[in-house]
Ligand binder design. Structure first.
Ligand SMILES: [Zn+2]
Length: 384
């Protein structure tokens, strides 16, 4: 064996294994005895259309068509959890030393390491747009390989077809594609069109650091929108995509809400009054989002302070109290380098704890997916 070949094999071996080990340490589930689900909770759960606004599963090289024993989401686990729809949010850059309070835009980028380490195409190594497009292409390939199991939802018709198929007994699940931060535009407004053409239907402005659009909730400046940021918001509002204001500074959220003419989402969050974390924006801003018809996705990680199914139900109850039953959804942040108490196969535990808190079947139906389906159903293009 030539030295060069040996080098290639050992490099592939190293990089091929190390990211899997990294994911095993980052997307973790608290060890627990199986959740015991009552017959009545199971019956209600099985009748729901469940939709989740945020999971970063495309960041990892796992085959999502196969059931894995690590990470949080894959298609078989969605089927087991009766989850109909997942928004897959593409992460393109995160700062080393990531925290909720203050990150520098100049910090070393973790995702470059992951892109190289997982042997993503070379074009992804220094283009954030290419990283988003590559992750989207993995979902399209999955659909092409297993059209009976997975469908990318790009239009209202796609959404209707998925829900009809499931109502007729199919176990097919749907994926919407989103960005996590508009640094994924590589600074070019026209890249919104490239992402749209690749099927992106939810786009966010920020992640953990200030970018060309303005301030992150966890950045250095806490600034509002730049002129470029305003141009992005204006363009997104003119297109059939859902704007996600998660991770944006409060100043950005405030300004964007004045500009938009359609409902927006905070795809993954807790509420500040319930869980006083720098991860969560002020309740008054959340109320403005709800007043404009938007939905906030309640997470399953430390943004809700207590990650147990009871804790998640308590966070949902607080959000319903604050925002009303038509403005709360699920936003797990599954596979987003978070520690949770359940994975996507165990969502019945949430339904059961919501029932135990006295929520009606009607309200449970809305927060588990109905509200999210409404927002996309109204906003998606009628056809491609
Ligand atoms: Zn996030």
């Amino acid at each position: 064996m030539s030295l060069a070949l040996l080098f290639v094999i050992s490099t592939v071996g190293f990089f091929g294994f190390v990211p899997a080990i990294a994911e095993k340490g980052m997307n973790t589930v608290e060890p627990h005895a199986p959740y015991q689900i009552s017959t009545s909770a199971r019956a209600l759960h099985d009748s729901l259309v469940i939709a989740d606004l945020h999971a970063d599963s495309t960041l990892w090289n796992r085959d999502l068509l196969k059931r894995s024993d690590y990470g949080h989401v894959d298609i078989p686990r969605m089927v087991a959890g009766n989850q109909a729809i997942q928004v897959f949010t593409t992460v393109t850059k995160t700062p080393a030393g990531l925290n909720y309070n203050h990150n520098s835009a100049e910090a070393r980028d973790n995702i470059t390491l992951l892109a190289v380490g997982q042997l993503w195409p070379i074009r992804t190594w220094n283009s954030l747009t290419e990283r988003a497009l590559y992750q989207a292409s993995r979902l399209h390939k999955m659909e092409a390989k297993a059209p009976q199991q997975f469908k990318v939802i790009e239009t209202q018709q796609d959404l209707r077809d998925l829900l009809t198929a499931r109502a007729n007994g199919s176990e097919i699940v749907g994926g919407l594609i989103g960005t996590e931060g508009s640094h994924a535009l590589d600074g070019e407004l026209s890249n919104i069109d490239r992402l749209y053409d690749a099927g992106f239907r939810m786009m966010s402005l920020h992640h953990f650091f200030d970018n060309k659009l303005g301030g992150s909730l966890h950045g250095a400046s806490q600034a509002g929108l730049t002129d470029f940021g305003k141009a992005v918001v204006r363009k997104l509002d003119s297109m059939p995509v859902v704007l996600d204001l998660s991770h944006s500074s409060e100043a950005v959220v405030e300004q964007a809400l004045v500009m938009v003419t359609h409902p927006v989402v905070i795809s993954h969050t807790g509420t500040h009054g319930h869980c006083e974390s720098p991860r969560n924006i002020a309740d008054s801003l959340m109320q403005k989002i709800a007043a404009q018809g938007g939905v906030v996705g309640i997470g399953y990680w430390d943004a809700v302070c207590d990650i147990s199914p009871q804790g998640i139900a308590s966070a949902i109850a607080a959000a319903v109290e604050l925002l009303g039953e038509d403005h709360v959804g699920l936003g797990s942040d599954f596979d987003g380098s978070v520690h949770t108490a359940l994975d996507s196969s165990e969502l019945a535990a949430i339904t059961q704890t919501l029932m135990a808190r006295g929520f009606s079947a009607d309200v449970i139906r809305k927060v588990m997916g109905g509200n999210v389906v409404r927002v996309f159903g109204e906003r998606l293009p009628t056809e491609n």
